[in-house]
Design a protein. Structure first.
Length: 68
């Protein structure tokens, strides 16, 4: 085997390994970012006021008459 070909193969393998490592780091950072966003969204949803209950008895607020 030619030495230059061997060097190219080793160089390519090294580059691919480094690219995979960088990609793995990027995926972990993305996952952590998404977890933080999920937590922030859940916190904001919990902070929303709860809707008031509709009237179920009585003359006011239990019936709706509309005409188009």
């Amino acid at each position: 085997m030619d030495v230059s070909l061997t060097n190219q193969i080793v160089s390519t393998a090294t580059s691919m390994s480094q690219a995979k490592t960088a990609q793995d780091v990027n995926v972990k950072v993305l996952k952590k970012s998404m977890e933080l966003q999920e937590s922030a969204a859940a916190t904001m949803l919990q902070a929303l006021p709860q809707p008031t209950q509709l009237a179920t008895s009585g003359a006011l607020g239990t019936k709706l008459n509309t005409y188009a």
